[in-house]
Ligand binder design. Structure first.
Ligand code: GSH
Length: 202
């Protein structure tokens, strides 16, 4: 039986739930609140980065949402989620890479700077700092500290907005090109690294 450690609102977990559904697979749910339980020692044994999702298959933890998707597609081949053609397979992997390396971190920064910030600010500073500092991913703790403290004035925010703009613009123009001439559609160009995004990968 599959076990899925996740959170309802987590975008990384949603894509895994969608993949399981596509494959007609059920997993036992273990819902984390992400209010500190992601850093419990028992959970860290499954996912040393203290993040969701984690898929456990036959007792073996599988981590990193994009890699979980490839795993699900390997283990349950029908219906296939990956295209057959090499260039299209490259495109799928490129989308996942861009999301993993840039977009998801940018999304976390903006979510913490806006939606999550108010509830942290209701707590004494030492309390929320202690919670944030428990995270094994120290770079992530650093940008969370900054956006909780400074909100949209944090040094990380403009870069995060820029990453969203680049991604949306790139994906829109690639979709347009693909509609005109799908056969000639070229692979996704890499987004340039910026000093604040380069270290944020999970
Ligand atoms: N690269 C990881 C990122 C996972 C991740 O950041 N998950 C978020 C929810 S979308 C999380 O668990 N956050 C908890 C935290 O930051 O402490 C993946 O794709 O699995």
């Amino acid at each position: 039986m599959l076990e899925l450690y996740h959170n309802i609102n987590s975008v990384c977990a949603q894509k895994v739930r969608i993949a399981l559904k596509e494959k007609g697979q059920e997993a036992n749910d273990h819902i984390l609140t992400l209010r500190g339980d992601q850093n419990d020692s028992e959970y860290l044994k499954l996912n040393p980065n203290g993040v969701v999702p984690t898929l456990v298959d036959d007792g073996q933890p599988i981590v990193e949402s994009s890699l979980i998707l490839y795993y699900i597609d390997d283990v349950f081949p029908d219906p296939p989620l990956m295209p057959k053609e090499s260039r299209l397979r490259h495109r799928v992997r490129m989308y996942n890479k861009l999301i993993d390396e840039y977009l998801h971190n940018a999304c976390t920064i903006l979510t913490f700077a806006t939606a999550f910030r108010p509830s942290f600010l209701k707590m004494p500073r030492e309390a929320w700092l202690a919670q944030i500092n428990k995270a094994p991913l120290k770079r992530r703790a650093e940008y969370k500290r900054s956006v909780i403290e400074h909100g949209l004035d944090s040094e990380f925010v403009m870069d995060a907005v820029g990453q969203h703009k680049k991604s949306c613009h790139g994906w829109r123009s690639r979709s347009r090109k693909a509609r005109i001439s799908p056969a000639r559609h070229s692979p996704t160009p890499m987004l340039p690294l910026s000093p604040t995004s380069s270290g944020l990968s999970c």
